[in-house]
Design a protein around this ligand. Structure first.
Ligand code: IPT
Length: 1000
């Protein structure tokens, strides 16, 4: 329970579980002011009170959050987009991380892996619309919440109208605004929405007025001045109505977010009472009745802090059941712009994260950090999104009231109906949303053929524990009226020759569907009761894994599936934004694309096992050729006109090096401890005042690293003094953020360390000094781990300005001013050396300053070593490097990870304190804190690893204890082997090593 409090500020915590948080963080909910509709500035993306329109076509913007900066392999963007599109989504929302693009004030650069155009191109290729969220503040569990470290020097309150702050944002806003503007749909690009700021919702009481309309308007004008004309949408942190149309500094479309189950993955089966939102629809009608109901971030997983429980556990808390209950509740409110945060989390490589998180940003999302689609929540989401793709009535339906008595026979259930002309949707859940009961019920449907209590042919419906269902009545399936269906609709499609409808239910449930067809026969499977009424037919069955197909009239086929089987079905559009000729296939792991050309059908997909493929609909009339991932595949046609083929998987030979058997080289990475080391080139910490307006100095000169341009990674300080002999102890107050550590040395003597804990953001340490000789010069060396800069969620707290470095110090018997300090972080500070990997990737250790983590480093000349498992024998920092070849077979997706062994807790339960950084071809792809955890396995994507070439891997090992430390084990592991139709992952070419001028 220790976890989240310090992450976002206590104010936010109130809201984690309560929907009444509007009052806590946003003040009184704002009411809508009449006549507040804003006019679009272009005519391609428009909206009404129900939904967006793109080129006049009404759409449900169904989207997932995916941050390009958390996957620095541009050739993999399309892979992720295709996996999102395959869910039945049409959108992606993305943040832009300012700190990566303007490392030095006045120098904006979005090149190489930071260039956004490849992201836009891949989205276009996949048929994905984008919602761009450039901040300037983004939160997002990134360093500074997106703010570059140099904002610690701004004399003005962040996220307010203070001119110095506003001015600081100008170059970024203009530059990034123009990049976004070029990619708007009006210019042929994928961007259809832009969000200014992010959750501009919470402030300390001294910020007046709040929300500050002058500030918000400034941010909106920056975007508009850069040429942005697509609608602006907000992301209020609660349904408070801030900046809604009619309010000051209004956006075009009001949106808010919601994380109803919070971020405590410790108890993944606990759904606290009252956590299900119930008032959002009515608040929407008060706050923004003329805009589509928009949830711009809805919980798709959770972050996890240092010392947390790991993301698998978060994926259990926010699992498929969570999606069924909470997302369906959102649909009952008529959500029409819906963004799941995150759909693919990715990786906090290269120090881009904040101190409240570790390297992985898997988030427990539908798509794993390894880009796998194996979690059940991915499949569940596919069932939901596909339903809305074929249910246009949903968007225009009038929302009814939630009731415990009108629509079912059980008061244990709450049903929220929605009506569009005759079509009705019934969103059913347990009244106690977290109930584990299995509740039997009959549903009261109102249809064009009368009112029925269903099922009519016997049995009853069941809502089994944490579940929610969408029943329909008078639902149009290409001209066939479905009078009602208690089974949920996955998809339907009317082809020239036949119509396919696929419905599903949970295991062993009874379901009933009634339709107005004249004949109905069972053409596959067994069991259903079929009963012909006057002018309609009823089918009633018990769900099992044995598929049933009912043929209605001569050309409609209704597939009755169990949910697990439905997971294997894919609806693949052939056109980018048009579902009119989509192909329905039953194909297992993943289908990326389907293309019909003449009599050929080409399928592209991924297979993790030998799979029987069925083309249910959309194949050419007389299929002559079927290709799967480019290979012509034999097929047969069955009596229903379904084409069947088999993809046989042969697991390839995969040769992965045993890292413990490689030749490693070793270099001392704390040469500062040697008497011959010169820090002449280090930065003198000579500022008598700080630029930091948040924390006054308690030292004679500033020791705040950001005052000197060092904002990332390990920091080092050197304190010179001439002894009087009276010195006994050294007191240090150091701050690096959660899980940070500190080690101190006098000359080459180890004084001690603060090993760090998950929650401590700073530490007071007192070290005993050896006897010093009067008149002799000494030097203190202090190493501090900067875990990233804090976020700035609550305006006015200025938490982003929490300094890093030494906050205070004392050498007993001496004035503070007797110590003359120098410091360093990454070489060059804001004039960072490696432009290709950006301003945050490297920190201040010797090996990093020299660039020895980069491929091409002269490591062959270093000492032979058995590698990180050999370790180092005393406190200090060692640097181990090796190189190996990979030659992995083409045609497979083979995600790899570096796994540290951690079973070394000694008998007292105490883990040796050490920290390691993993560099893969120059990219920092892991920060391992052995004594804090939880992450031990670090996925590294293809493209960072060269799967057909030489890979340079380095591990820095900082031992914080007297006796040094050894990495217990380090292995390269294969996370999965998936045959894939996705080709052409290009290895990212980052800068290689050259001797760095002036490196010290
Ligand atoms: C919301 C932020 O908008 C988003 O950037 C991210 O930090 C997310 O939370 C948590 O992962 S803030 C909301 C929890 C109040």
């Amino acid at each position: 329970m220790k976890l989240v409090i310090h992450l976002l500020g206590a104010v936010v915590l109130v809201c984690f579980a309560v929907q009444t948080c509007a009052r806590a963080i946003g003040g009184t909910p704002k009411l809508w002011i009449k006549d507040s509709t804003q006019k679009p500035l272009q005519d391609i993306v428009t909206w009404d009170e129900n939904s967006l329109f793109v080129r006049g076509e009404r759409i449900f913007f169904f989207s997932g959050e995916f941050h390009p900066f958390r996957l620095p392999v541009p050739s993999l963007y399309l892979d992720v987009f295709q996996k999102i599109k395959a869910l039945g989504f049409n959108g992606v929302s993305f943040y832009i991380h300012w700190a990566l693009l303007e490392g030095k004030p006045g120098e904006f650069s979005a090149e190489g892996v930071f260039s956004l155009e490849p992201f836009f191109e891949a989205a276009t290729k996949a048929g994905i619309y984008l919602l761009a969220r450039p901040g300037p503040y983004i939160n997002a569990e990134v360093s500074g919440g997106g703010f570059p470290g140099w904002l610690q020097r701004v004399n003005g309150t962040l996220r307010t109208r203070d001119p110095e702050y506003l001015h600081a944002t100008d170059l970024y806003a203009k530059s990034v605004g123009e990049i976004i503007a070029k990619a708007q749909i009006t210019n042929g690009g994928p961007i259809i929405l832009v969000q200014p700021e992010n959750e501009y919702t919470g402030a300390t009481s001294d910020i007046h007025p709040f929300p500050d309309p002058v500030y918000m308007q400034y941010v909106e004008d920056q975007l508009k001045d850069a040429g942005i004309i697509v609608p602006l949408i907000s992301n209020d942190a609660s349904a408070s109505g801030d900046n809604a149309p009619g309010q000051p500094a209004a956006v075009d479309i009001y949106g808010h977010d919601g994380y109803p189950l919070g971020f405590d993955c410790a108890n993944p089966y606990t759904w606290p009472d009252g956590d299900l939102p119930t008032t959002w629809r009515s608040l929407h009608l008060q706050q923004s009745p003329n805009t589509p109901y928009s949830i711009v971030e809805f919980q798709g997983g959770s972050f996890d802090p240092w010392g947390g429980l790991g993301f698998e556990q978060c994926s259990v808390l926010l699992n498929n059941e969570f999606e069924r209950v909470f997302y369906k509740n959102d649909y009952s409110f008529g959500v029409a712009i819906f963004n799941i945060y995150m759909i693919f989390g990715g990786t906090n490589w290269g120090n881009l994260g904040h101190p409240g998180g570790y390297t992985s940003y898997d988030y427990g999302s539908s798509i794993t950090e390894e880009r796998l689609v194996t979690r059940e929540k991915y499949s569940e989401l596919k069932l939901e999104a596909n339903f809305f793709k074929v249910s246009p009535a949903y968007l225009v339906a009038e929302r009814g009231y939630a009731s415990n008595s009108t629509w079912t026979s059980s008061t244990a259930l709450t049903v929220t109906p929605a009506f569009a002309n005759s079509t009705a949707f019934y969103f059913v859940r347990h009244a106690a949303y977290n109930s584990l009961e299995s509740t039997s019920y009959k549903l009261n449907v109102q249809t064009s053929r009368g009112n029925f209590s269903v099922p009519q042919l016997g049995g009853s419906l069941t809502l089994n524990g944490r579940d929610s269902k969408i029943h329909v009545s008078d639902y149009d399936v290409g001209g066939l009226n479905i009078l009602y269906s208690t089974a949920e609709v996955f998809t339907w499609k009317k082809y020239d020759s036949k119509t396919i409808l696929i419905v599903y239910g949970g295991p062993s449930e009874t379901h009933e569907i009634a339709f107005q067809g004249s004949t109905a026969t069972l053409v596959e499977g067994s069991g259903p009761k079929i009963s012909k009424k006057k002018d309609y037919t009823i089918v009633n069955w018990e769900v099992s894994s044995d598929r049933k197909i009912v043929k209605v009239n001569s050309d409609v086929f209704i597939y009755l599936l169990d949910r697990n089987s439905a997971y294997d079905y894919w609806v693949v559009d052939q056109a980018l934004h048009n579902a009119s000729n989509s192909v329905i296939v039953n194909a297992g792991y993943l289908v990326r694309s389907a293309t019909v050309k003449g009599n050929t059908l080409a399928l592209v997909g991924d297979f993790n096992a030998t799979t029987t493929i069925e083309v249910i609909g959309g194949a050419p009339k007389s299929l002559a050729k079927l290709t799967i991932n480019g290979h012509s595949t034999p097929f047969r046609k069955d009596k229903l006109g379904v084409y069947t083929a088999i993809v046989t998987i042969e697991k390839p030979n995969i040769n992965i090096p045993d890292l413990s058997k490689l030749k490693w080289k070793y270099l001392d990475s704390l040469p500062e401890l040697q008497s011959t080391y010169s820090d002449a080139s280090w930065t003198s910490a000579d500022l008598k005042t700080t630029y930091n307006t948040h924390r006054p100095l308690t030292t004679p000169t500033s020791l705040y690293s950001s005052d000197y341009g060092y904002h990332t990674g390990t920091l080092l300080y050197r304190g010179h003094f001439t002894a009087t002999g009276a010195e006994d102890t050294l007191f240090l107050w150091t701050q690096g953020g959660s899980a940070s550590g500190t080690s101190a040395f006098l000359n080459s003597t180890f004084l001690g360390s603060w090993a760090g804990t998950d929650v401590a953001t700073n530490a007071n340490s007192t070290f005993t000094l050896p006897n010093l000789v009067a008149g002799k010069p000494y030097v203190l060396t202090v190493v501090i781990d900067n875990m990233g800069l804090d976020e700035d969620w609550t305006v006015g707290t200025e938490l982003m300005k929490n300094p890093r470095g030494i906050l205070n110090y004392a050498v007993s018997g001496r004035e503070q001013s007797a110590i003359a300090w120098k410091l360093t972080g990454n070489l060059g500070g804001e004039d960072y050396a490696d432009r290709s990997r950006g301003p945050l990737n490297e920190g201040g250790t010797f090996a990093e300053r020299q660039g020895f983590h980069l491929p091409g480093a002269p490591f062959e000349a270093w000492e032979d070593s058995a590698g990180p498992t050999a370790g180092i024998a005393a406190a200090g920092i060692g640097f181990f490097a090796t190189a190996f070849e990979l030659d992995l077979p083409a045609g497979y997706d083979i995600p790899l990870s570096f796994a540290f062994t951690n079973s070394s807790d000694d008998a007292s339960g105490r883990a040796t304190a050490y920290r390691a950084q993993l560099f893969v071809n120059g990219w920092q792809y892991g920060k391992y804190v052995h004594n804090v955890g939880p992450q031990t396995r670090f996925p590294v994507p293809e493209g960072i690893l060269d799967y057909k070439g030489t890979n340079y891997v380095a591990v820095s090992l900082w031992a914080l204890e007297e006796g040094g430390a050894k990495v217990e084990g380090l292995e390269l592991v294969v996370d999965a082997v998936v045959e894939t139709g996705y080709g052409g992952v290009e290895t990212v070419k980052g800068d290689t090593w050259t001797k760095r001028k002036g490196a010290y």
